[in-house]
Write a protein that binds this ligand. Sequence first.
Ligand SMILES: *Cc1c(COP(=O)(O)O)cnc(C)c1O
Length: 452
Amino acid sequence: MHTHDEEASKLLDAIVAYSRERLEMDPVPLDGPKTLAELDAVVPKTVTEDGIGGLPALKLFEDVLAQACISTDNPRYVSFIPAAPTEAATMFDLVVAASCIYGGSWMEGAGAVYAENQVLSWLASEVGFPGDAGGVFVQGGTLGNLSALVTARDQAARRREADGRGRPERWKAACSNEAHSSLAAAARVMDIDLVPIPVDSSGRLNGAEVDAALADAGDGVFAVVATAGTTNFGIVDDLASIAAVAKRRGLWLHVDGAYGLAGILSPAHRDLYAGVENADSFIVDPHKWLYAPFDACALIYRDPELGRQAHTQHADYLDPLTGADEWNPSDYAYNLTRRARGLPLWFSLATYGVRAYREAIAGTIELAHVIADEIRSRPGFTLVREPELSVVVFSKDGWTAGDYAAWSKRLLESGDSFVVPSSHQGRPVTRFALINPRTTKEDLVRILDSMD
Ligand SMILES: *Cc1c(COP(=O)(O)O)cnc(C)c1O
């Protein structure tokens, strides 16, 4: 809809002004949720036959709706996994929206796909994958893990068919007890079983444990999933020994690095990921620790042709696309129409260079260690585990789950910070997840002080 009248031009100015103001807030206010009843009380009916008009709708968003959302890029948002997109990445997200690119096929989006693929190639090379590795930016890690497992099973099914073995009674994928909930979700969607494997005393999955579990797992296992940076603790599994076991057993190795694989960009931490280069596929979420806006997950295959075999959709109306010998991103995951969601990261990398990313990521890992030292030295506090990447788990002696909940609520309601209770081995704890280079030691000390 193009209405080049005065009203449309005013609306454009207002949108650009709003976006500029939001981008220039430093720091952005934390804000926070309202209840349904609170929103019902102040938000009029907006979806009407005549509409309420763009400027009033924008004003409503600015004054009410946006403020009823927590700003994930506030430096004292340290819950779950925060977000901290660069200015360049966010600005370019506006450009992507304005450009109306169909990112599913080369025919329609060649230039965008070309730029996205430069980023995927760079990520693949950082991980040590061969030069012809590739994949696609999907919506998130949940979809990335699912798409990788679907490819792994497809390969296993083709091999069994070729060997005349037929389908197993149950398909199975093996992963650790610390693996992300999205794997259980994928297993439900695929109607497969997960073979759970215990982590060792350091919280890591290792090859010996995988081997022992697989020896008992019976027929039908097609993949092993290792985690490069668990969401709870930021622990990287022992990828080299797991890769050796997967290879010996002829199983697909998928590495879930949604949060933590970005840490490989820190030269001092590269060694933690030794063995990742032997995986068959991996994911990493730019919307987590690669400073891109929601939502983006890079899914990369060692041999992308296998992804294409598993995922290409066939239909008469798609023949001009699927028949062509061109790179169609839709073919590599469970998706068809797609936004060129890799472009904000591409623009940001092109703007600032890779070195800025290495420095920002190394800096947040360093901050995690600095605040861990602070927690260890504070009477009344217990550091649950030495951080490995940028997640710090700790407890306040004597606090109950209720104490954490009340404290967390108070911090959010006062607009000070967002840090939520968690639990470890049945005991209540809390956790700092650090991503944002603007988060300082002082920010975190202030949160610790609020527990006294
Ligand atoms: C966040 C996360 C996921 C899920 O990614 P989404 O982008 O939230 O779907 C999967 N695995 C790990 C290890 C994660 O940290």
